[in-house]
Design a protein. Sequence first.
Lengths: 662, 120
Amino acid sequence: MPSFVPYLIHTLFPPWVRRPTEIGAEIMMVAGGAFIVYWLLKYKKLQWLWNEWLTTVDHKKIGIMYLVAAIIMLARGGLDALMLRTNLAMPTLHFINASEYNEVFTTHGTIMVFFMGMPLIFALFNVVVPLQIGSRDVAFPRLNAISFWLFAFAAALFNLSFVVGGSPNAGWTAYPPLTELAFNHTVGENYYFISLLMTGIGTTITGINFLVTILRMRAPGMTFMKMPLFTWATLNTSALILFAFPPFTIALLESLLDRVAGTSFFTLSHGGMPMMYVNLFWLFGHPEVYILVLPAFGVFSEVVATFSRKKLFGYPSMVLSMTAIMVLAYGTWVHHFFTMGAGPAVNVFFGLSTMLIAIPTGVKVFNWILTMWGGRLTFTTPMLYFLAMIPTFVIGGATGVMLGAVPADYQFHNSYFVIAHFHQVLIGGTVFGLLAGVYYWWPKMFGYKLNDRQGKWAFWLFAGGFWPTFIPQYWLGLEGMTRRMYTYPFGLGWHTLNVISTIGGFIMGAGFLVLASNVLYSRRHQERDETGDAWGNGRTLEWSIPSPAPEYNFAVIPVVDERDWWWAEKERRQSGERPALPRPEDIRPIAIPKNTPVPILLGAAFFLGAFGLVFTWWYIALAGLAGVFGLLIYSWFQYDHYRILSAGEVRESEELLGRLGA
Amino acid sequence: MHGGDEQHETAMEPGFEFIRPRFEAPKFPMHQVWGYVASLVLTFGALWMTVNRIMNPSVLLGVVLAMAVAQAALQLGVFMHVRESRGPAWHLVPLGMAFAIGIGLVGMSVWIMMFKSGVS
């Protein structure tokens, strides 16, 4: 046996990845991978997969790939959560031990924020925004695919840490000195920093892409104040991404250099400043929570108007308050570390700015409620998620204001009160919102609705399990239970509340299973939607085209003259004021971006380099870097990025869809 | 598609002449080469001064910050085409925001680091 083999085994599979959970995960990963390869080979789907999906630059397909990845990551993050809850319900059993607990809460937080929340948001951006603004693609289709593949390979790298080398274990915030090499020898934190740097590049590109798309590619006539609210939410989220990710990138890069290159940006023993990491992290981290919640606000604004059959109440104030949230989001980050001790003046400033942000948020909640006033409500699954959001988000927001009060924060800090608060706003706001969006736009993505009866079952389990899970955690926090503890003695009065919380967590897990089975069931059994306006009372541009949208989206780009253009257009068509279908001579040739293998290969090259860097195997890292540069240079010399779809082909396709007038 | 190809007079608000579009394309991008060299000098100069501690820390901090501002202006002018625009100068809005955040983060952090006190 060559001498490097034992070294490799020792480095790649150290003892802490040879525990039963890790071995089980390994078997599942290998078996799952083998099954997928077998299935692809048996049904000869390899070519199809490569041509239709892996090399695509079509925003609709990229959106669907984001969606699939996000649902898989939701399962992983949810399993992590259930492991944590099981441990806390049986504190003496030590279902998982202290170090494993550290790893699981770290991966739970990181996956839920960066590899579940963000891709689910980008799934909706990609699927909805170009259709909603009457565009044929995003501004930079190839960059869009690069964003996706950077995210996908980063997610793969991050999950690989569980079975190869060891998971990160310093919490999703990765504060020094917990991440310092002197105190943390495993490669886990390298995985954390490198995979987040990778996905961060992709996220920044996505932000720029959608900013340019919305600013430059709207249909004629769609002024800013005629843009649908979800598009407004996307615009504001992209602006947040643009400014929030640079400080995060710097914080990650400097931490990584501290670990692999011997610098001491944040190592206190060598004159570094750990609190500067905290500062940079939260300058990103606070806008990040608005990056997560603003798209959900956008979804709710669409859902509530559609299912109340009314136009949105107070559109200008909605836009204004969303933009105000975007600006104010940059002025609150220090409230995450009031206890640093920057002094009363600094803390009071950030306490007040935190409370200030409740005002525009409150405006939005009142506008949503008033949209329902006097409307004809239909209680579909997305509408139920909207209704469940109102009380959840209001209570979560109110406890946020409590945390913003500086003296009180010294008591709440680092306790379960904080955990309860941010789960309440992140699940009650973001996850409910994104699930509502997924149910709402599912027919636009796939051409059929998800089964509503099963969707309601999933809703009641998920939203019903939510309250017993998180409300007891407020009390646990007030009774002194701190976050990130893997066990506690009986007799502190924490056990009953923890058991209730765990039961609630498993109910939410059951909700996820029903949701997953709903997806599989609906694929076979739901009837196809031929109209394109699956809910019957769509208001915005995306419902005016067939479902799923053809690759060119709009055969003829509409001229927008109303805020709820499709609603007005339907009335005009019914009264015969406007022809229902476009004439063949209106259709012109369309330029479609070509498929390209560069994005997926770029992701793979990044993955190789990142893997080398995790283990500080510099030759592999350099090989990955060379691959990245090689691919970039290769694509400099490619000039024909578009192919032309002739007017005849478009007419033929529209004819088949029954969308061509005489 | 967006009317970007034809030559047209861009209507400018008075007072915004300094960002009037100019799309000159010389044969060899000498301008950019000098910008690149100057960026490298500013970056490694700051690193060299800090590593060798050539003056007392508070003066050094001021000098490094001044070099950072110079480099930001250089990058924006030479590489980021800040003076070029078709139509309204939308890019000034995010640029203003970037400056506000940059000054907030750098300035305020320097200020807080001067406290040198424990938990208050």
